[in-house]
Design a protein around this ligand. Structure first.
Ligand code: AMP
Length: 407
């Protein structure tokens, strides 16, 4: 039997990979436009970065990590998410002040594979470190919203909640614990266990959704400072035209998550995998990783799910195909070089074929136009034929790039 990719992983080949490239390029561009620098951190870290940074009691750490000992006997883990490594890098560099960074790359979780739930999946994300201000939260949320909307995801909505902070959350957790204790027998076995460890995580349980639908929300227990922060975030989202809904059930059950928590949903996926991404404020994380306090807020978006959510536009591989008559291959290669220098996506066949075969290839690659290099080359001209309406013109060689950009 021939070898196959491991369960829960995907090969992303053309033409499907064209959508991926478009989404990843758009991400780089948008992050840069909003002032986020690039950060690159290792794909594997000391296991402790995640066991502390994602949280011992989380499902990811308990059940889903790819952890192994290397040949030097160190326990390493393939990253299941991006934030812990980025904050570790910030602390290790002794960075100070504000740092806004974006990243993209594969993440690894041992999951039960299905559509939109993979063992290797691809995230883009960003972290806004060093600012406790609500404007930072709103900027991060807005960027993700704009990205998903401009990528073509239908009906993007932000689900938004506030989880409070060290001042008000402990009291909320006790209110929630006693409310859940009264209903312990209605909870699933897992949630009964989670209740003892971390009551907020019970709100996350899909099986217990009906039971916890009326549970007290952290929003009702916010202290004045958290309330003011939450109100400011919402004010800016409204001003920025971001569509959001308050979701009192949206939680992250770890202590270092503070205040803002959010998730993006779209309408194109079935219910289990509707979350396209999420994020929140994590003012306690740097200390959990052994550093000084550093406020931060970030997001991560799952490209695999975004690809499933956007229409498949059958993107062309190239814009322009260069064809040539039998004796003009060398000239055609010159032409091709000139087009590529002008930034026009262009290609030809690797060997000499009939014009008919070359036009067929142009069609297959999705080209808009074919530039034919023939005897007109002697007078500095080429023929350009548009494939959509079949029209053709003879144009001066040095004008061709400008012509193609404007047609
Ligand atoms: P999380 O870090 O769990 O909040 O995930 C953020 C986003 O990453 C999710 O909303 C998904 O879009 C994506 N994601 C998380 N886990 C997976 C997975 N196993 N397969 C595909 N995408 C995932």
């Amino acid at each position: 039997m021939s070898l196959r990719a491991p369960k829960g992983t995907d090969d992303i080949l053309p033409p499907a990979s064209r959508v991926w490239r478009r989404l990843l390029n758009a991400w780089e561009q948008m992050a840069e436009v909003y002032g986020y620098d690039l950060i690159m951190v290792p794909i594997f870290e000391m296991t402790e970065v995640f066991s502390r940074g994602v949280g011992e009691s989380s499902e990811v750490v308990q059940k889903q990590m790819y952890t192994f000992d290397d040949k030097g006997g160190r326990s390493l883990t393939l990253r299941p998410e991006g934030t812990a490594g980025v904050v570790r890098a910030f602390l290790q560099a002794g960075a100070q002040g504000v740092m806004k960074v974006s990243y993209s790359g594969p993440m690894f979780r041992y999951e039960r594979p299905q559509a939109g739930r993979r063992r290797q999946f691809y995230q883009v994300g960003l972290e806004y470190l060093g600012s406790p201000e609500p404007d930072a939260d709103a900027e991060v949320i807005e960027l993700g919203y704009r990205y998903l909307t401009s990528a073509g995801v239908p009906d993007v909505t932000v689900r938004l909640n506030s989880l409070g902070d060290a001042a008000c959350r402990p009291a909320y957790v006790e209110i929630l614990r006693s409310w859940l204790e009264d209903r312990r027998s209605l909870l699933c076995a897992d949630s009964q266990q989670t209740l003892d460890l971390n009551p907020m995580r019970v709100l996350d349980c899909k099986i217990c959704a009906d039971v916890v639908a009326e549970a007290p929300s952290p929003v009702d227990s916010l202290c004045d400072a958290c309330q003011a922060h939450f109100a400011s975030v919402q004010e800016r989202l409204v001003a920025d035209g971001v569509r959001y809904l308050l979701d009192p059930r949206l939680v992250r059950g770890l202590d270092y998550y503070t205040r803002t928590a959010f998730e993006y949903v779209g309408s194109a996926l079935d219910s289990a995998q509707t979350a396209l991404g999420g994020g929140g404020r994590y003012d306690g994380l740097a200390e959990v990783l052994g550093g000084p306090p550093v406020p931060g807020v970030g997001l991560a978006l799952g490209i695999d799910r975004i690809v499933l959510s956007v229409p498949d536009p059958e993107l062309p591989a190239i814009d322009v195909f260069v064809a040539n008559t039998d004796t003009r291959r060398a000239e055609a290669l010159l032409m091709l070089g000139e087009l590529r220098s002008s930034g026009i996506r262009s290609d030809n066949l690797p060997d000499q074929r009939s014009l008919k075969a070359q036009f067929k290839a142009a069609d297959r690659r999705g080209a808009r136009a074919v530039v034919v290099v023939g005897d007109e080359w002697e007078t500095g001209q080429v023929v350009v034929k548009r494939l959509d309406d079949g029209s053709q013109e003879t144009i001066a060689r040095e004008e061709i790039a400008t012509w193609l950009k404007s047609h």
